[in-house]
Design a protein around this ligand. Structure first.
Ligand SMILES: C[S@@+](CC[C@H](N)C(=O)[O-])C[C@H]1O[C@@H](n2cnc3c(N)ncnc32)[C@H](O)[C@@H]1O
Ligand code: SF4
Length: 385
Protein backbone atom coordinates (compact mmCIF):
# COMPACT_ATOMS: atom_id res chain seq x y z
CA UNK A 1 0.00 0.00 0.00
CA UNK A 2 1.41 3.39 -0.92
CA UNK A 3 2.26 5.62 2.04
CA UNK A 4 -0.44 8.14 1.10
CA UNK A 5 -3.14 5.47 1.56
CA UNK A 6 -2.06 4.58 5.07
CA UNK A 7 -3.83 5.82 8.20
CA UNK A 8 -1.41 8.14 9.97
CA UNK A 9 -1.15 7.84 13.74
CA UNK A 10 1.09 8.86 16.60
CA UNK A 11 2.60 6.31 18.92
CA UNK A 12 2.93 6.96 22.65
CA UNK A 13 5.11 4.60 24.68
CA UNK A 14 4.62 4.91 28.44
CA UNK A 15 7.57 4.04 30.68
CA UNK A 16 6.08 3.94 34.19
CA UNK A 17 9.25 4.15 36.27
CA UNK A 18 11.02 7.01 38.08
CA UNK A 19 13.97 7.15 40.44
CA UNK A 20 11.74 8.72 43.10
CA UNK A 21 8.23 10.17 42.91
CA UNK A 22 8.09 13.97 42.99
CA UNK A 23 5.71 15.30 45.65
CA UNK A 24 3.36 17.01 43.18
CA UNK A 25 3.14 14.38 40.44
CA UNK A 26 0.13 12.19 39.76
CA UNK A 27 1.37 10.62 36.52
CA UNK A 28 1.30 6.84 36.57
CA UNK A 29 4.81 5.77 37.60
CA UNK A 30 6.49 3.88 40.43
CA UNK A 31 9.99 4.14 41.89
CA UNK A 32 12.29 1.72 40.09
CA UNK A 33 13.66 -1.04 42.31
CA UNK A 34 15.85 -3.04 39.94
CA UNK A 35 17.34 -2.73 36.49
CA UNK A 36 15.86 -6.18 35.66
CA UNK A 37 12.46 -4.51 35.63
CA UNK A 38 13.59 -2.26 32.75
CA UNK A 39 14.76 -5.32 30.79
CA UNK A 40 11.41 -7.06 31.30
CA UNK A 41 9.55 -3.86 30.43
CA UNK A 42 11.54 -3.44 27.22
CA UNK A 43 10.89 -7.01 26.05
CA UNK A 44 7.16 -6.58 26.78
CA UNK A 45 6.93 -3.20 25.05
CA UNK A 46 8.53 -4.76 21.97
CA UNK A 47 6.07 -7.67 22.13
CA UNK A 48 3.11 -5.30 22.54
CA UNK A 49 4.24 -3.29 19.52
CA UNK A 50 4.07 -6.56 17.52
CA UNK A 51 0.60 -7.34 18.90
CA UNK A 52 -0.70 -3.88 18.07
CA UNK A 53 0.71 -4.05 14.57
CA UNK A 54 -1.29 -7.25 14.02
CA UNK A 55 -4.43 -5.35 15.08
CA UNK A 56 -3.60 -2.28 12.95
CA UNK A 57 -1.89 -3.48 9.79
CA UNK A 58 -2.59 -0.41 7.65
CA UNK A 59 -1.14 2.26 9.91
CA UNK A 60 1.75 4.63 9.28
CA UNK A 61 3.43 6.10 12.35
CA UNK A 62 4.05 9.85 12.06
CA UNK A 63 5.45 10.50 15.56
CA UNK A 64 6.85 8.44 18.41
CA UNK A 65 6.71 9.87 21.93
CA UNK A 66 8.43 7.96 24.73
CA UNK A 67 6.97 9.43 27.90
CA UNK A 68 6.51 8.58 31.49
CA UNK A 69 7.50 8.36 34.19
CA UNK A 70 11.13 8.74 33.32
CA UNK A 71 11.94 6.94 30.06
CA UNK A 72 15.50 8.25 30.21
CA UNK A 73 16.05 5.48 32.80
CA UNK A 74 16.14 3.04 29.88
CA UNK A 75 19.58 2.27 28.48
CA UNK A 76 20.52 3.25 24.94
CA UNK A 77 20.19 -0.38 23.90
CA UNK A 78 16.71 -0.72 25.43
CA UNK A 79 15.56 2.46 23.69
CA UNK A 80 17.01 1.23 20.42
CA UNK A 81 15.15 -2.10 20.72
CA UNK A 82 11.86 -0.26 21.24
CA UNK A 83 12.37 2.27 18.44
CA UNK A 84 13.60 -0.40 16.04
CA UNK A 85 10.62 -2.60 16.73
CA UNK A 86 8.27 0.28 15.83
CA UNK A 87 10.26 0.74 12.63
CA UNK A 88 10.23 -2.97 11.82
CA UNK A 89 6.57 -3.58 12.57
CA UNK A 90 4.99 -0.39 11.21
CA UNK A 91 5.56 1.81 8.25
CA UNK A 92 7.18 4.90 9.77
CA UNK A 93 7.33 8.35 8.16
CA UNK A 94 10.82 9.24 6.92
CA UNK A 95 10.94 12.45 8.95
CA UNK A 96 9.37 10.89 12.04
CA UNK A 97 9.67 12.95 15.22
CA UNK A 98 10.97 10.73 18.04
CA UNK A 99 10.75 12.40 21.45
CA UNK A 100 11.90 11.14 24.82
CA UNK A 101 11.01 12.72 28.15
CA UNK A 102 14.04 12.97 30.39
CA UNK A 103 14.77 13.88 33.98
CA UNK A 104 18.08 15.82 34.14
CA UNK A 105 19.26 13.55 36.98
CA UNK A 106 19.36 10.61 34.55
CA UNK A 107 21.46 12.29 31.85
CA UNK A 108 25.15 12.84 31.30
CA UNK A 109 27.26 13.30 28.18
CA UNK A 110 27.42 9.59 27.36
CA UNK A 111 23.74 8.95 28.02
CA UNK A 112 22.74 11.79 25.71
CA UNK A 113 24.83 10.26 22.93
CA UNK A 114 23.32 6.82 23.63
CA UNK A 115 19.83 8.31 23.38
CA UNK A 116 20.61 10.01 20.07
CA UNK A 117 22.30 6.88 18.69
CA UNK A 118 19.16 4.92 19.59
CA UNK A 119 17.25 7.12 17.10
CA UNK A 120 15.72 9.82 19.30
CA UNK A 121 15.68 13.27 17.64
CA UNK A 122 13.91 15.35 20.31
CA UNK A 123 14.48 15.48 24.08
CA UNK A 124 11.88 16.95 26.41
CA UNK A 125 13.77 17.86 29.57
CA UNK A 126 11.89 18.10 32.87
CA UNK A 127 13.74 21.07 34.34
CA UNK A 128 10.68 22.50 36.19
CA UNK A 129 12.67 25.47 37.55
CA UNK A 130 16.13 27.02 37.47
CA UNK A 131 15.75 27.99 41.14
CA UNK A 132 17.06 25.49 43.69
CA UNK A 133 14.48 26.82 46.16
CA UNK A 134 11.64 25.86 43.82
CA UNK A 135 13.27 22.50 43.08
CA UNK A 136 13.39 21.79 46.81
CA UNK A 137 9.68 22.58 47.24
CA UNK A 138 8.94 20.31 44.26
CA UNK A 139 11.17 17.58 45.83
CA UNK A 140 13.09 17.22 42.58
CA UNK A 141 16.17 15.00 42.66
CA UNK A 142 18.44 17.38 40.72
CA UNK A 143 19.77 20.93 41.08
CA UNK A 144 19.44 23.81 38.63
CA UNK A 145 23.20 23.46 37.93
CA UNK A 146 22.69 19.83 36.86
CA UNK A 147 19.97 20.87 34.38
CA UNK A 148 22.25 23.57 32.94
CA UNK A 149 25.11 21.06 32.53
CA UNK A 150 22.81 18.62 30.74
CA UNK A 151 21.62 21.39 28.40
CA UNK A 152 25.24 22.24 27.61
CA UNK A 153 25.89 18.58 26.71
CA UNK A 154 22.80 18.55 24.49
CA UNK A 155 24.07 21.62 22.64
CA UNK A 156 27.46 19.99 22.17
CA UNK A 157 25.79 16.87 20.70
CA UNK A 158 24.12 16.60 17.29
CA UNK A 159 20.64 16.94 18.78
CA UNK A 160 18.72 19.66 16.94
CA UNK A 161 15.52 19.85 18.93
CA UNK A 162 14.89 20.00 22.65
CA UNK A 163 12.17 21.21 24.96
CA UNK A 164 12.35 22.54 28.50
CA UNK A 165 9.41 21.81 30.83
CA UNK A 166 8.85 24.46 33.51
CA UNK A 167 6.28 24.70 36.31
CA UNK A 168 4.98 28.02 37.65
CA UNK A 169 2.78 28.68 40.67
CA UNK A 170 5.16 26.73 42.93
CA UNK A 171 4.46 27.47 46.62
CA UNK A 172 6.78 30.28 47.77
CA UNK A 173 7.67 31.32 44.21
CA UNK A 174 7.59 35.06 43.52
CA UNK A 175 6.80 36.53 40.12
CA UNK A 176 10.41 37.71 39.87
CA UNK A 177 11.78 34.27 40.67
CA UNK A 178 9.53 32.73 38.04
CA UNK A 179 10.62 35.30 35.45
CA UNK A 180 14.29 34.61 36.29
CA UNK A 181 13.72 30.92 35.60
CA UNK A 182 12.00 31.72 32.33
CA UNK A 183 14.84 34.05 31.31
CA UNK A 184 17.38 31.32 32.03
CA UNK A 185 15.31 28.89 29.96
CA UNK A 186 15.42 31.29 26.99
CA UNK A 187 19.18 31.75 27.43
CA UNK A 188 19.51 27.96 27.12
CA UNK A 189 18.28 28.34 23.50
CA UNK A 190 15.77 25.49 23.35
CA UNK A 191 13.49 25.02 20.35
CA UNK A 192 10.48 24.60 22.62
CA UNK A 193 9.36 25.61 26.11
CA UNK A 194 6.36 24.18 27.98
CA UNK A 195 5.14 26.21 30.96
CA UNK A 196 2.68 24.38 33.21
CA UNK A 197 0.72 25.91 36.05
CA UNK A 198 1.23 23.63 39.06
CA UNK A 199 -1.80 21.35 39.31
CA UNK A 200 -2.53 20.33 42.85
CA UNK A 201 -3.45 16.64 42.88
CA UNK A 202 -5.26 15.45 46.03
CA UNK A 203 -3.57 12.07 46.26
CA UNK A 204 0.00 13.39 46.27
CA UNK A 205 2.26 14.41 49.18
CA UNK A 206 1.93 18.05 48.05
CA UNK A 207 -1.86 17.71 47.98
CA UNK A 208 -1.75 16.46 51.58
CA UNK A 209 0.59 19.27 52.70
CA UNK A 210 -1.70 21.91 51.21
CA UNK A 211 -4.83 20.29 52.66
CA UNK A 212 -3.27 20.23 56.14
CA UNK A 213 -2.21 23.89 55.89
CA UNK A 214 1.54 23.15 55.94
CA UNK A 215 2.04 24.54 52.45
CA UNK A 216 0.18 27.36 50.69
CA UNK A 217 -0.54 27.72 47.01
CA UNK A 218 -0.13 31.10 45.34
CA UNK A 219 -3.27 33.15 44.82
CA UNK A 220 -4.96 33.14 41.44
CA UNK A 221 -4.09 36.78 40.69
CA UNK A 222 -0.39 36.01 41.02
CA UNK A 223 -0.74 32.92 38.82
CA UNK A 224 -2.58 35.00 36.25
CA UNK A 225 0.17 37.65 36.24
CA UNK A 226 2.82 34.95 35.90
CA UNK A 227 1.01 33.46 32.91
CA UNK A 228 0.48 36.80 31.19
CA UNK A 229 4.09 37.83 31.65
CA UNK A 230 5.19 34.43 30.36
CA UNK A 231 3.27 34.91 27.13
CA UNK A 232 4.64 38.43 26.60
CA UNK A 233 8.22 37.52 27.49
CA UNK A 234 8.42 34.42 25.31
CA UNK A 235 6.79 36.18 22.35
CA UNK A 236 9.26 39.08 22.69
CA UNK A 237 12.04 36.50 22.59
CA UNK A 238 11.03 34.91 19.31
CA UNK A 239 8.82 32.08 20.55
CA UNK A 240 5.45 31.39 18.99
CA UNK A 241 2.70 30.80 21.51
CA UNK A 242 0.95 27.91 19.77
CA UNK A 243 -0.94 26.15 22.56
CA UNK A 244 -2.19 27.29 25.98
CA UNK A 245 0.97 26.02 27.74
CA UNK A 246 3.36 25.61 24.82
CA UNK A 247 5.79 27.87 22.98
CA UNK A 248 8.18 27.09 20.15
CA UNK A 249 10.66 28.55 17.72
CA UNK A 250 9.01 28.72 14.26
CA UNK A 251 8.67 25.20 12.85
CA UNK A 252 9.30 23.41 16.15
CA UNK A 253 5.81 22.76 17.51
CA UNK A 254 5.64 19.30 19.05
CA UNK A 255 4.19 17.24 16.21
CA UNK A 256 3.15 14.41 18.50
CA UNK A 257 1.13 16.65 20.81
CA UNK A 258 -0.47 18.31 17.76
CA UNK A 259 -1.96 14.89 16.98
CA UNK A 260 -3.77 14.98 20.36
CA UNK A 261 -4.93 18.57 19.97
CA UNK A 262 -6.19 17.88 16.46
CA UNK A 263 -8.18 14.89 17.76
CA UNK A 264 -6.29 12.50 15.47
CA UNK A 265 -5.58 8.86 16.25
CA UNK A 266 -2.75 7.45 18.35
CA UNK A 267 -1.60 4.10 19.69
CA UNK A 268 -0.49 3.74 23.32
CA UNK A 269 2.08 1.13 24.37
CA UNK A 270 2.95 0.13 27.94
CA UNK A 271 1.01 0.04 31.21
CA UNK A 272 -1.03 3.20 31.71
CA UNK A 273 -0.82 4.27 28.06
CA UNK A 274 -4.00 5.56 26.40
CA UNK A 275 -4.91 4.80 22.78
CA UNK A 276 -7.45 6.50 20.54
CA UNK A 277 -8.38 4.37 17.57
CA UNK A 278 -11.63 4.05 15.60
CA UNK A 279 -13.30 6.66 17.83
CA UNK A 280 -12.60 4.52 20.89
CA UNK A 281 -10.41 5.73 23.74
CA UNK A 282 -8.97 2.93 25.85
CA UNK A 283 -6.18 2.54 28.37
CA UNK A 284 -3.72 -0.26 29.02
CA UNK A 285 -4.56 -0.81 32.70
CA UNK A 286 -1.98 0.92 34.92
CA UNK A 287 -0.93 -2.40 36.46
CA UNK A 288 2.73 -3.17 35.86
CA UNK A 289 2.84 -6.75 37.13
CA UNK A 290 -0.33 -7.79 35.30
CA UNK A 291 0.94 -6.15 32.13
CA UNK A 292 4.28 -7.96 32.24
CA UNK A 293 2.79 -11.35 33.15
CA UNK A 294 0.14 -11.17 30.41
CA UNK A 295 2.53 -10.14 27.66
CA UNK A 296 5.20 -12.64 28.73
CA UNK A 297 2.57 -15.38 28.53
CA UNK A 298 1.74 -14.26 24.98
CA UNK A 299 -1.66 -12.91 26.01
CA UNK A 300 -3.11 -9.45 25.38
CA UNK A 301 -2.44 -6.80 28.01
CA UNK A 302 -5.38 -5.89 30.26
CA UNK A 303 -7.21 -2.90 28.84
CA UNK A 304 -10.18 -0.77 29.85
CA UNK A 305 -12.41 1.09 27.41
CA UNK A 306 -12.72 4.71 28.52
CA UNK A 307 -15.06 6.02 25.88
CA UNK A 308 -16.69 4.85 22.65
CA UNK A 309 -17.44 8.03 20.82
CA UNK A 310 -20.23 8.87 18.43
CA UNK A 311 -19.36 11.29 15.63
CA UNK A 312 -20.99 14.04 17.70
CA UNK A 313 -18.83 13.17 20.74
CA UNK A 314 -15.73 13.27 18.56
CA UNK A 315 -16.74 16.65 17.16
CA UNK A 316 -17.21 18.04 20.67
CA UNK A 317 -13.84 16.60 21.69
CA UNK A 318 -12.21 18.10 18.61
CA UNK A 319 -13.53 21.55 19.60
CA UNK A 320 -12.34 21.24 23.21
CA UNK A 321 -8.90 20.07 22.10
CA UNK A 322 -8.67 22.37 19.08
CA UNK A 323 -9.38 25.50 21.09
CA UNK A 324 -6.24 24.79 23.11
CA UNK A 325 -4.32 25.72 19.97
CA UNK A 326 -3.75 29.46 19.61
CA UNK A 327 -4.65 29.42 15.92
CA UNK A 328 -8.06 28.17 17.04
CA UNK A 329 -10.42 26.14 14.90
CA UNK A 330 -10.80 26.70 11.18
CA UNK A 331 -14.61 26.75 10.99
CA UNK A 332 -14.76 25.76 7.30
CA UNK A 333 -12.34 22.88 7.76
CA UNK A 334 -14.29 21.74 10.82
CA UNK A 335 -17.53 21.80 8.85
CA UNK A 336 -15.97 19.66 6.14
CA UNK A 337 -14.63 17.17 8.67
CA UNK A 338 -17.71 16.83 10.92
CA UNK A 339 -20.54 18.39 8.95
CA UNK A 340 -21.16 20.73 11.89
CA UNK A 341 -21.46 24.50 11.85
CA UNK A 342 -19.98 25.36 15.25
CA UNK A 343 -21.48 28.84 15.41
CA UNK A 344 -24.97 27.56 14.56
CA UNK A 345 -24.76 24.62 16.94
CA UNK A 346 -23.10 26.27 19.93
CA UNK A 347 -23.91 29.96 19.32
CA UNK A 348 -26.20 30.26 22.31
CA UNK A 349 -23.82 28.42 24.68
CA UNK A 350 -20.82 30.48 23.77
CA UNK A 351 -22.42 33.92 23.44
CA UNK A 352 -21.45 34.90 27.04
CA UNK A 353 -17.80 33.91 26.35
CA UNK A 354 -17.75 36.01 23.17
CA UNK A 355 -19.28 38.95 25.07
CA UNK A 356 -16.75 38.65 27.92
CA UNK A 357 -13.91 38.61 25.39
CA UNK A 358 -12.77 35.08 26.29
CA UNK A 359 -13.48 33.77 22.79
CA UNK A 360 -13.27 35.49 19.43
CA UNK A 361 -14.05 34.76 15.83
CA UNK A 362 -11.42 36.06 13.42
CA UNK A 363 -10.69 35.25 9.76
CA UNK A 364 -12.93 32.19 9.84
CA UNK A 365 -11.28 30.86 13.01
CA UNK A 366 -12.85 30.48 16.44
CA UNK A 367 -10.21 30.96 19.11
CA UNK A 368 -9.53 31.76 22.72
CA UNK A 369 -8.30 35.27 23.48
CA UNK A 370 -5.27 35.90 25.70
CA UNK A 371 -7.77 36.44 28.53
CA UNK A 372 -9.50 33.21 27.55
CA UNK A 373 -6.34 31.05 27.74
CA UNK A 374 -6.13 31.45 31.50
CA UNK A 375 -9.88 30.83 31.94
CA UNK A 376 -9.98 28.11 29.28
CA UNK A 377 -11.88 25.63 31.47
CA UNK A 378 -14.77 28.07 31.77
CA UNK A 379 -14.98 28.28 27.99
CA UNK A 380 -14.29 24.67 27.05
CA UNK A 381 -17.02 23.24 29.31
CA UNK A 382 -19.58 24.97 27.06
CA UNK A 383 -18.80 22.46 24.31
CA UNK A 384 -19.27 19.30 26.35
CA UNK A 385 -22.13 17.28 24.86
C1 LIG B 1 5.60 12.98 32.90
S1 LIG B 1 6.62 14.29 33.26
C2 LIG B 1 8.06 13.76 32.34
C3 LIG B 1 9.39 14.39 32.67
C4 LIG B 1 10.28 13.69 33.67
N1 LIG B 1 9.60 12.60 34.30
C5 LIG B 1 10.68 14.69 34.70
O1 LIG B 1 9.85 14.97 35.56
O2 LIG B 1 11.81 15.16 34.63
C6 LIG B 1 6.04 15.57 32.19
C7 LIG B 1 5.93 16.94 32.78
O3 LIG B 1 4.68 17.09 33.43
C8 LIG B 1 4.75 18.21 34.27
N2 LIG B 1 3.98 17.93 35.50
C9 LIG B 1 3.92 16.78 36.17
N3 LIG B 1 3.08 16.90 37.23
C10 LIG B 1 2.60 18.17 37.21
C11 LIG B 1 1.70 18.92 38.02
N4 LIG B 1 1.11 18.37 39.10
N5 LIG B 1 1.45 20.19 37.68
C12 LIG B 1 2.01 20.75 36.60
N6 LIG B 1 2.88 20.11 35.80
C13 LIG B 1 3.17 18.82 36.09
C14 LIG B 1 6.22 18.46 34.55
O4 LIG B 1 6.60 19.70 34.00
C15 LIG B 1 6.92 17.31 33.84
O5 LIG B 1 8.14 17.69 33.30
S1 SF4 C 1 7.46 14.68 37.47
FE1 SF4 C 1 8.59 13.23 36.23
S2 SF4 C 1 10.23 12.42 37.58
FE2 SF4 C 1 8.73 13.40 38.89
S3 SF4 C 1 7.40 11.69 39.52
FE3 SF4 C 1 6.42 12.71 37.74
S4 SF4 C 1 7.11 11.52 36.01
FE4 SF4 C 1 8.50 11.00 37.73
Amino acid sequence: MASKDKRKMGMYIHVPFCIKKCGYCDFFSVPIVSSDMLERYTACAVAEIKQQRAELPDVEIATIYIGGGTPSLLTGSQLEQIIQSVQQEFMVKGDVEITIEANPATLDKTKILDIINAGVNRISLGVQSFSDDDLKVLTRIHSARKALDVIEFMHASRLKNFNIDLIYGVPGQSIDRWMESLKTAVECKPEHISTYLLQLEDNTPMGTSVASGKVFLLNEDTEYLMYNRTIDFLRENGFEHYEISNFCRPGFACRHNLIYWQAEEYIGIGPGAVSFVNRCRFVNEPLIKEYLVSIEAGRERPIKVLEKMSRADLASDAIILGLRLCQGIDLEHFKNRFNIDIIKQYGRNIAPCLERGLLECENGHLKLTKEGYFLSNEVLCRFIT
